[in-house]
Design a protein around this ligand. Structure first.
Ligand SMILES: NC(=O)c1ccc[n+]([C@@H]2O[C@H](COP(=O)([O-])OP(=O)(O)OC[C@H]3O[C@@H](n4cnc5c(N)ncnc54)[C@H](OP(=O)(O)O)[C@@H]3O)[C@@H](O)[C@H]2O)c1
Length: 258
């Protein structure tokens, strides 16, 4: 897909991977970007970026965003569902709201966004449209003390695996599986500066570049870390390798949580 003359919706545009993607996509000739976050003051500024304040864990806010898209541009060609967050924690006290929050944004918010994207484009003139879903490598390998986050991304990945058999022909879906990316994400989740798995650590610029490459080449999946793509088959082939990795991460997290 050519990344020019596109109407683009991106969520999580105020930080990390989404902020860099917003900046990069704004360079494309004729692109128009509706850039969503709750804190719009951190969204990059350019003549073709429209900052839009919305909380994508709330369905009415997603409805409002698509109403705005319809009114302003009459539609959208690329939707990048990137907003997401995690908690690092020990589950000790019952707290329904807490659990609900993470699924509302990471899982249900993306699915509701897709529903709007489909409704908006189902009459489209045969041109391919792209939906990009930021999942995570934790949908493939568990990260101890991030059980709710992993579950929200596992659920999302399960949705996409099934939806692949139902999706309309005009719709392309790009599933992205980043790992240990150095953004504010893990600081927000745990207070720690550095992501876990230091040997797999990546810059958000690398993840954004891999996503843009995936879009240009019409890919359906992107694994931004080459090292992870080497390790993962090994983990599947030798299950004790995966178990040792998770136990090692558990030990490290327990030291940090003390
Ligand atoms: N960093 C990693 O290692 C990593 C690894 C795997 C997958 N991922 C996934 O990649 C995506 C981007 O992560 P990142 O590392 O770039 O994180 P980040 O730097 O923390 O950015 C998260 C973005 O999501 C927005 N956001 C959070 N809650 C929101 C809400 N309720 N409504 C609307 N926007 C909201 C934030 O903006 P506001 O606070 O202004 O709303 C921010 O722009 C996430 O889906 C994450 O799960 C990250």
């Amino acid at each position: 897909m050519k990344l020019e003359n596109q109407r683009i919706l991106i969520t999580g545009a105020s930080s990390g991977i989404g902020k860099i993607l917003t900046r990069e996509l704004a360079q494309g000739k004729g692109n128009r970007i509706l850039a969503v976050a709750r804190h719009t003051e951190n969204i990059p500024v350019a003549h073709n970026i429209v900052p839009f304040a919305a909380d994508f864990s709330i369905p009415e806010e997603i409805d409002r965003t698509f109403a705005q898209l319809h009114e302003s541009w009459g539609g959208v060609d690329i939707c990048i569902a990137n907003a997401g967050f995690a908690y690092r924690e020990k589950l000790e006290e019952p707290d329904w709201h807490h659990t609900e929050q993470i699924f509302n944004l990471n899982t249900l918010g993306q699915i509701h966004t897709l529903e709007h994207f489909i409704r908006m484009n189902r009459e489209a003139s045969g041109e391919k449209k792209y939906f990009v879903s930021l999942i995570s490598a934790v949908a493939m390998v568990p990260l101890p003390y991030y059980a709710l986050y992993c579950a929200s991304k596992f659920a999302l990945d399960g949705f996409w695996r099934t939806f692949a058999f139902e999706k309309p022909d005009w719709l392309r879906v790009l599933r992205v599986y980043p790992v240990a990316t150095k953004t504010a994400f893990f600081t927000r989740a745990s207070g720690e500066q550095n992501p876990p798995l230091p040997f797999l650590q990546q810059k958000p610029e690398q993840v954004a570049a891999a996503i843009l490459r995936g879009l240009r080449r019409n890919r359906s999946k992107v694994y931004p870390s080459r090292l992870f793509t080497l390790f993962y088959p090994l983990m599947r082939a030798i299950p004790c390798f995966s178990l040792l990795y998770s136990l090692n991460e558990k030990r490290k997290m327990e030291r940090q949580l003390k």
